[in-house]
Design a protein around this ligand. Structure first.
Ligand code: ADP
Length: 234
């Protein structure tokens, strides 16, 4: 039996004054799945990603998280985002006035529970523990992206949302970032990302192709690696 969806969109549209950015999108996103959104520029990828990440709500249709309708009220949505979501942005979005450790801790401080030890644990898992006391200007692009992922994980979110997470990285470093996101999905996190790179599809479970604000195709990806791993898993 399929698990209950984490996020469900039904007939979701996003209308601007002159543009329909999304039109009649129905999609369910499940716990532990790695979903990639693809499509040409202007097809609605960011708009859909922002809805899944509760940064935006549909002008028509419904958006639900764990079966409950997402409130229009911005403060209530901000609370849900702190509880459920971690964001990884293409430009990393790190605070240059803070060192690596304080950047990772930041969302937990905003949630009222600064998590110093957890930040160190996550940094260790992502191989950046030796950089914790460095300034953001002193680390490489790949390390910045790992700091961004660590920061996204600090509040133990159910969903990691990554907007072109490898866009500013060379292909080898980008590959490592996708590997980390894949591992997070294997550990039960939901990962949703936008990419233009078809080579990234091997990391995903499903890909949604958008065109002119509509879903053109949803494709399930058969992953040999996952099938191989399954027997060893609890
Ligand atoms: P993509 O991420 O695939 O490039 P977007 O989701 O950013 O596409 O945009 C989809 C469409 O909505 C585009 O035509 C874009 O110009 C339009 N759009 C996005 N944001 C706004 C906005 N704030 N106001 C008006 N039009 C917008």
């Amino acid at each position: 039996m399929a698990p209950d969806p984490l996020i469900s969109l039904e007939g979701a549209c996003k209308d601007y004054k002159f543009v329909k950015a999304l039109c009649d999108v129905t999609l369910e996103v499940y716990p532990g799945e790695f979903l990639i959104i693809m499509g040409p520029s202007g097809s609605g990828k960011s708009t859909l990603l922002h809805m899944i990440g509760l940064l935006d709500i549909p002008t028509h249709g419904s958006l639900k998280i764990e079966g409950r309708r997402v409130p229009r009220d911005e403060d209530k949505r901000a609370d849900l985002r702190l509880k459920f979501m971690g964001y990884v942005f293409q430009d990393f979005g790190l605070m240059s006035s803070l060192n690596v450790l304080d950047n990772i801790i930041l969302p937990s401080s905003l949630a009222g529970r600064p998590q110093r030890e957890r930040a160190k644990d996550i940094a260790r898992q992502l191989g950046i523990e030796h950089r914790l006391h460095h300034q953001i200007t002193e680390i490489s692009g790949g390390e910045k992206q790992r700091v961004a992922i660590a920061r996204a994980l600090i509040n133990n979110p159910k969903l990691i949302m990554a907007d072109e997470p490898t866009g500013n990285l060379d292909s080898k470093t980008g590959h490592k970032v996708l590997t980390i996101l894949r591992e997070l999905a294997d550990q039960g996190k939901t990962v949703v990302t936008v990419t233009h790179n078809p080579e990234h599809l091997v990391f995903a479970d499903r890909v949604v192709y958008l065109r002119d604000g509509q879903i053109q195709q949803v494709r399930q990806i058969k992953r040999v690696a996952k099938a191989r791993k399954a027997p060893g898993k609890a």
